[in-house]
Design a protein around this ligand. Structure first.
Ligand SMILES: Cc1ncc(COP(=O)(O)O)c(C=O)c1O
Length: 413
C-alpha cells in the first residue's frame, strides 16, 4: 500500500474515493418474488403461514442451533430469553458497558437490574474476569455482546456460567455469521439473540430471531412471545403471562431471501476485513479491534479500529472521523459507554425496579475501558466490506493520508 499524498478532502484536496461504496440494504428478485408469494397466499401473519417460522429454523440451523423463533426485533428477543430463563424482579443480570442500550434495557423491561461491567480494551467484548467479580447471590444471567461481530470469549463464558449456575444469553445483534471454533455464535449460550433491523447484516427493516438448543427454553420463550399460548393447544388457552412479539410473514419472506445470499456476503466481508486489519495495523496510531484466533469468521456489523490521536499530531477523534468521512469512507460512530447514558447516570428507570430497588449505584459508576473505547474507536459501516479488495484498502490509504497531513488538519480544526 502506498500513501496518497494528496491534500485531505477536508482541506480542499481530492477525496481518496471517487466512487461510492456499495449501498445497503441489498435486495433483488429473491425478496420480490418471496414477498409476492406471501401476498398471494394471503397468510400474512405467523398464525396462517410457515414463511417466518421456516426462515427462523433455517437461520438457527446455519448458526448450529436446533431451534429458531421469528420475533419482532432484537430487543424483544433478549426480553423473551430473559423471561424464559426465569429472570425477573430482584434478579441481577450482568451486561457489558460497550453495547447498544437494548442489551441492558431488555433487563430493565423484565424488572431485573442490569449490573454493568467493563470490557476488554482490545476486543471491546465483556471482560470475563470483571463479570465473575460482579456475581452476587442475586445474579441469574450474563448477557454477552459480540461487539461489531467479534465473538466474546465463549469458552471462558460458558465455563463461568456452568461453574456458577448462571444462564448465558448471547446478544448477537452484530454477529450474524460469526463462527467460533466451528459453530455459529448464539448456539453456545442458553440463547442467541439476533436483530434484523435496517443497519444489520441481514435485514427486513425490523425483525429479530432467537435461537437455542433446549426444547423447554424454546417453549417458554415462544409462549412469552405468543401471548402465553402453548403450542398445539386451543387458541384461547393462555397458560402463562405473555405478549405479542411475533414477526410478520412479510419480514420472514425478505429475510429468507437475505439468508439465501448471506453465506457469500459473509465470506466476502470477512476476507476483506482480514485484509483491511493487516493494512491498518501497519499505520502508527491505528490498532484494529482484536480478532480472536478461535473465530473462523467474523460477521462484521461494523469495522472497528482503535485510534491514537497522539500519532496524528493530537487530531481529536471527532475531527479525524470528519476528515475520514470527507475522503468518502462510510462512517459510523461508537456507542457511548452504558455508564454514560442518562438512563443510568440519572437512574431514570420509570416504573421499573421500584419493587426491587437496586443496590447498585449507577450514578457514580465508571467503566474505564468502555468509556475509553467510546472516546478512541472508529466505527465504519459494513457495506464498504462488500466492495472489491482494492476499494476496501482505500480505507487504509485514506487513514495514512490523514496521518501524513495531521498537523495541517489540526491547524484547521
Ligand atoms: C448489541 C445490540 N443489541 C440489541 C439490539 C436491538 O436490536 P433491535 O434494534 O432489533 O431491537 C441492537 C440494535 O442495534 C444492538 O446493536
Amino acid at each position: 500500500m502506498t500513501a496518497t499524498i494528496d491534500t485531505p478532502a477536508l482541506l480542499g484536496g481530492t477525496p481518496v474515493r471517487h466512487t461510492a461504496y456499495p449501498s445497503w440494504p441489498v435486495w433483488d428478485d429473491g425478496e420480490r418474488s418471496r414477498l409476492l408469494d406471501v401476498l398471494d397466499a394471503g397468510g400474512w401473519w405467523q398464525g396462517d403461514g410457515t414463511v417466518a417460522a421456516t426462515f427462523a429454523r433455517n437461520f438457527a440451523e446455519y448458526h448450529g442451533a436446533r431451534f429458531g423463533m421469528a420475533m419482532t426485533n432484537g430487543t424483544h428477543t433478549i426480553e423473551a430469553a430473559l423471561v424464559a430463563c426465569d429472570v425477573g424482579e430482584g434478579d441481577e443480570v450482568i451486561v457489558p458497558g460497550m453495547t447498544f442500550v437494548a442489551s441492558a434495557s431488555a433487563v430493565l423491561a423484565v424488572n431485573a437490574a442490569p449490573v454493568l461491567v467493563d470490557v476488554d480494551p482490545d476486543s471491546l467484548c465483556i471482560d470475563v474476569a470483571a463479570a465473575e467479580a460482579a456475581i452476587t447471590e442475586r445474579t441469574k444471567a450474563i448477557v454477552a455482546v459480540h461487539v461489531a461481530g467479534c465473538a466474546a470469549d465463549l469458552d471462558a463464558l460458558t465455563d463461568l456460567c456452568r461453574r456458577r449456575g448462571l444462564r448465558l444469553i448471547e446478544d448477537c445483534a452484530h454477529a450474524h455469521g460469526t463462527f467460533w471454533r466451528g459453530r455459529g455464535v448464539g448456539s453456545w449460550g442458553d440463547f442467541g439473540s439476533f436483530s434484523m433491523q435496517r443497519s444489520k447484516l441481514m435485514t427486513a427493516g425490523e425483525g429479530g430471531v432467537l435461537i437455542c438448543n433446549d426444547e423447554g427454553l424454546r417453549d417458554a420463550a415462544w409462549a412469552y412471545s405468543d401471548c402465553g399460548r402453548v403450542k398445539g393447544e386451543w387458541f384461547y388457552h393462555h397458560a402463562t403471562v405473555g405478549t405479542n412479539l411475533r414477526m410478520t410473514e412479510w419480514q420472514g419472506a425478505v429475510l429468507q431471501a437475505q439468508l439465501d445470499r448471506f453465506p457469500e456476503q459473509n465470506r466476502i466481508r470477512n476476507d476483506n476485513a482480514v485484509a483491511l486489519n493487516a493494512a491498518l495495523a501497519e499505520i502508527p496510531g491505528i490498532r484494529p479491534q482484536r480478532r480472536d484466533p478461535r473465530m473462523d469468521s467474523q460477521g462484521n456489523y461494523c469495522f472497528v479500529f482503535h485510534y491514537d490521536a497522539a500519532e496524528f499530531a493530537g487530531l481529536p477523534l471527532r475531527a479525524f472521523e470528519r476528515a475520514l468521512g470527507a475522503e468518502g469512507i462510510p462512517m459510523g460512530v461508537s456507542y457511548p459507554s452504558l455508564s454514560d447514558l442518562s438512563v443510568f447516570r440519572d437512574e431514570r428507570f420509570g416504573p421499573r425496579l421500584r419493587a426491587s430497588a437496586p443496590t447498585i449505584d449507577y450514578r457514580h459508576l465508571h467503566l474505564p475501558n468502555a468509556e475509553a473505547a467510546a472516546a478512541s474507536t472508529v466505527w465504519l459501516q459494513h457495506r464498504l466490506l462488500l466492495a472489491s479488495r482494492e476499494d476496501v484498502l482505500d480505507v487504509a490509504r485514506a487513514v495514512e493520508k490523514l496521518r501524513v497531513h495531521a498537523t495541517d488538519l489540526v491547524a484547521r480544526s
